[in-house]
Write a protein that binds this ligand. Structure first.
Ligand code: ADP
Ligand code: MG
Length: 562
């Protein structure tokens, strides 16, 4: 409102000074009015700086807070959710869509609200100058509001297309880079490039459509009409002697104020439309119910380590007609070691994912210490179950930080102690910066065996009551093999350990062995029992026990089982 007054003051002075000039008043008066105009504009400038600056602060805070909330919500989503969302698409939302919200606030809303004054002021000032003069701005305003309404309605779906195609393009970049080895291996660079180009074209075409709409911006035409119409009317009134020349000039000055809102709204309304589309995309993600709740009121406490699966059924997707696991029953006593044997795709890893609720069983129950995992406090459950996956993920941080990942307050001594137990200390200290060496993304600078030992060290630091080692496909040279073997023996001591392995020595040595085939348990028991009762298991050992590496290949398991 203050600004409005300043503008009106400006108008008044403007008008008075022209009339003064016209009436042949002295230079003094004109200089006085001139100075007053400068002063009023100075005040306006100062207020405008404040407005723009606070609008920018507001926009930056919105961007920060929305991104923070989106990130937190992404971390809380289940793996089922993440399985279905391309990473690049999510990235586009976290980075660019949130950025659009910033632009929607500033310059978007800032300009719309700021220029709003320029729409209202001419209306009142025209009336003040001479009542009939209100007609052109009044007609203009009504037409302007109607035209803007339809413009926004037409622009919003186009802006949505722009955002969606951008997300798709991002997802494609991410997927191609992630699978670059496959792309190169199959010499499919050209194909991928062409595919990417169609996505690029889509983004370009949608954006051009948006700009095309902006270019056909009707308010520009309205502006031309109101200025020329208003001028004609005021000249008519002047000729009839109803207004003087000062009024005529002040009036055309007032009408030209419409220029700012009209020109700025060309961009600000696009900001609004894009921001709106982005906000929808962000909310879509945040609002998707995550089917896995944190269960904060659930059971907490130290896990002893007894695991029981009872009639467990599980499929990755609801519409799956061949579920990944079917009628799984087994029980592991606390502190024991279980080996899970079966060929690739038989469901070994899936079993382990049901224990710490990466996924939830569709039917049947998974119990730890006699309590359904769904009744455990999720945080308490997960912090006590350590899983070392086939594909060991290392963050691009230092080795020490990677080891202390599950226990951020672990001291350096604890880290070194854990690394020693994991047989990793030796190779870590041989690296140029020792524990401070930063590993590349996905641990590319380390070998498979080294990564595995780092993962074991991670587990030693958190000292979990339940340890899962998903190890079946790792191809490791025999020198490291021994070290890893040793580390695993140490790791299995004093905790329930699930080993997914093809190593005969480990299988034989396990307290309990589960033989899986296509999601079914075909046999279970200890080595001696299985040798006696299970022909499939007997075949595995009879045929391959004398193999020099004592490690089965997937093919061998398959042949033996069939
Ligand atoms: P294993 O560890 O024995 O090699 P998995 O437990 O990884 O087998 O897989 C069991 C089955 O579930 C396979 O048919 C596999 O294709 C399928 N599967 C595994 N992970 C997923 C996933 N994230 N989404 C859909 N299907 C999956
Ligand atoms: Mg697996």
């Amino acid at each position: 409102m203050r600004q409005c007054r300043a503008c009106r003051g400006g108008l008044f002075l403007h008008w008075r000074s022209f009339n003064a000039l016209n009436a042949g008043e002295g230079l003094d008066a004109i200089i006085r009015f001139g100075l007053a105009i400068i002063a009023s504009q100075g005040i306006r400038a100062a207020l405008q700086i404040m407005r723009n600056f606070s609008a920018e602060i507001f926009a930056q805070r919105i961007e920060r807070d929305v991104r923070d909330e989106l990130y937190a919500s992404l971390l809380g989503k289940s793996m089922t959710f993440h399985d279905l969302q391309p990473v690049g698409e999510i990235m586009a939302r976290v980075t660019n869509d949130v950025r659009e919200l910033n632009f929607m606030m500033n310059p978007g809303f800032n300009l719309i609200i700021g220029s709003g004054m320029f729409l209202i002021v001419p209306l009142f000032s025209s009336f003040a100058l001479y009542p009939t003069l209100i007609l052109p701005p009044a007609i203009f305003l009504v037409a302007y509001v109607i035209v803007q309404y339809f413009y926004l309605r037409k622009l919003t779906p186009v802006a949505e297309d722009v955002r969606v195609s951008f997300g798709k393009m991002n997802a494609d970049v991410e997927e191609t880079l992630e699978g670059l080895q496959v792309v190169k291996g199959a010499a499919q660079e050209d194909f991928e490039e062409r595919h990417f180009e169609t996505l690029l074209d889509e983004v370009r075409n949608n954006t051009i459509r948006q700009y095309d709409m902006e270019a056909r911006y009707l308010p520009l035409l309205l502006l031309g009409l109101v200025i020329s119409g208003g001028f004609a009317l005021s000249v008519l009134l002047y000729l009839r002697g109803e207004i003087n020349i000062g009024t005529l000039i002040a009036y055309s000055g007032q009408l030209s104020l419409f220029g700012f809102p009209v020109f700025s709204s060309m961009w600000s309304f696009s900001n609004l439309a894009l921001g709106y589309a982005s906000a929808k995309r962000i909310l879509n993600i945040i609002n998707i119910e995550t089917d896995l709740d944190q269960n904060v009121t659930g059971h907490t406490g130290k896990i002893q380590g007894r695991i029981r699966f009872e009639h467990v059924e599980f499929g990755y997707h609801a519409e799956d007609n061949t579920p990944a696991l079917h009628d799984i029953n087994f029980e592991v006593y606390a502190g024991k070691t279980v080996a899970i044997v079966g060929q690739t795709g038989s469901g070994k890893s899936t079993i382990t994912k049901l224990i710490n609720r990466i996924y939830d069983a569709d039917e049947g129950t998974v119990e730890i210490d006699g309590i359904n995992v769904k009744d455990w406090n999720l945080q308490s459950l997960r912090s006590q179950v350590s899983v070392i996956e086939q594909d060991i993920y290392l963050f691009s941080r230092s080795i020490a930080e990677n080891i202390r990942f599950g226990k951020p307050d672990a001291t350096m001594d604890e880290i070194i102690e854990a690394a020693k137990k994991a047989q990793a200390h030796e190779f870590i200290t041989s690296l140029s910066e020792g524990y401070e060496t930063v590993v590349g993304q996905r641990g590319v600078t380390l070998s498979g065996g080294q990564r595995q030992r780092l993962a074991l060290a991670r587990a030693f630091v958190t000292d979990p009551p339940i340890l899962v080692l998903d190890d079946s496909t790792s191809a490791i040279d025999s020198a490291t093999e021994d070290k890893i073997q040793k580390a695993i023996w140490t790791a299995a001591e004093g905790r329930t350990t699930l080993l997914i392995t093809h190593r005969l020595s480990q299988i034989r040595w396990a307290d309990h062995i589960i033989v899986l085939r296509q999601g079914h348990v075909v046999a279970q028991g200890n080595h001696d029992q299985l040798m006696e009762n299970s022909p499939a298991y007997r075949r595995i050992f009879a045929r391959y026990d004398d193999s020099p590496r004592k490690q089965l290949t997937d093919e061998q398991v398959k042949v033996a089982q069939n």
